[in-house]
Design a protein around this ligand. Structure first.
Ligand code: SF4
Length: 302
């Protein structure tokens, strides 16, 4: 007698189809998050010339890819130009980005500026070079954006970068401040947008992997990551392991600030709160003056 047939389970799709399916799901989620961020912060409007800064890392590749997808169905018309700054780090594979960008038919430009020599000359050996390197990179990109008349500069920072910057400012600079999804540069000339502001790093990494972007590592210069940033990342990773979803909670909190529940009199008018009369309230000098006199009397008595 034949053995009873086992129930057949659904055959798994072959690995390449599975990867494509996964990438499709991720693309949908990322498009949704990027579209929402663009709308929530008014990042792109009709006629915008968007300069997409491409470093060759997973984040900027993903940003470009998703923006191109959204551009096809966008309710407004805007242009996209991918711009990479070749900083002349030793071993930088300069053919990778132009080849990739030409292959997908995107308008692009490679800027060349040897910031590497400057940074290695100025920063003492053993110290992290990233802060100066990033500042110089920003300077070069902003200058180019102004020359070319770009109306928006898109950077690939994501949700986890926004949260990490918040904690860096909190722990090391005593400030409640972060990395905003949209910002006017200090000189007032550039509007910087971060379309990945709602996107999780984990999703971006998986998407970049599934799409097989030709990633160029950002450590060709041999610089180590800043120690404070490392500490914050370690803390965030541990939180996410122990309490999944915590980073999302924090990211949401960054978009739901209650000035009246904090302690900054510049943000909320605590002075007028519940004030009964029209008389001006005594300031800190008046209050401290009283305390000083009392202390003085006490001192004399003792
Ligand atoms: S790792 Fe190197 S190239 Fe990347 S930001 Fe730091 S100094 Fe610059």
């Amino acid at each position: 007698m034949n053995a009873p047939l086992l129930p057949l389970s659904e055959p798994l799709p072959p690995p390449s189809r599975r990867a494509a399916h996964e990438a499709g799901k991720l693309a949908k989620r990322l498009r949704h998050q990027v579209g929402r961020a663009i709308a929530d912060f008014g990042m792109i409007e009709d006629g915008d010339k968007v300069m997409v800064c491409l470093s060759g890392g997973k984040d900027s590749y993903t940003m470009l890819d998703i923006l191109l997808q959204l551009q096809r169905k966008a309710p407004v018309s805007f242009s996209i130009t991918a711009v990479n700054l070749d900083q002349k780090q030793p071993g930088f594979p300069e053919h990778v980005l132009p080849e990739y960008l030409s292959s997908i038919g995107v308008d692009h430009h490679i800027l060349e500026q040897d910031t590497y020599s400057v940074v290695t000359r100025v920063v003492p050996e053993g110290k992290t070079m990233c802060s100066l390197c990033s500042r110089m990179r920003r300077g070069a990109l902003y200058t180019y954006a102004e020359e070319q008349g770009f109306t928006k500069i898109a950077l690939g920072h994501h949700r986890d970068d926004l949260v990490a910057t918040f904690f860096l400012n909190l722990f090391f600079h005593s400030k409640i401040s972060g990395m905003p999804p949209k910002l006017l540069s200090d000189d007032g000339k550039h509007v910087v947008i971060r379309p990945l502001a709602y996107a999780r790093e984990e999703d971006i990494a998986a998407y970049a992997d599934a799409k097989g972007f030709p990633i160029i590592p950002c450590n060709l210069c041999g610089s180590q990551e800043n120690l404070q940033r490392k500490q914050v990342k370690k803390m965030m990773d541990a939180w996410e392991r122990e309490t999944p979803g915590r980073i999302e909670q924090i990211a949401r909190a960054l978009g739901d600030i209650r000035p009246s529940q904090l302690s900054d009199p510049k943000l909320f008018d605590f002075l007028s709160l519940g004030k009964r009369g029209d008389d001006a309230l005594p300031d800190a000098h008046a209050w401290l003056g009283g305390e000083a006199r009392e202390t003085g009397m006490g001192d004399r008595e003792s």
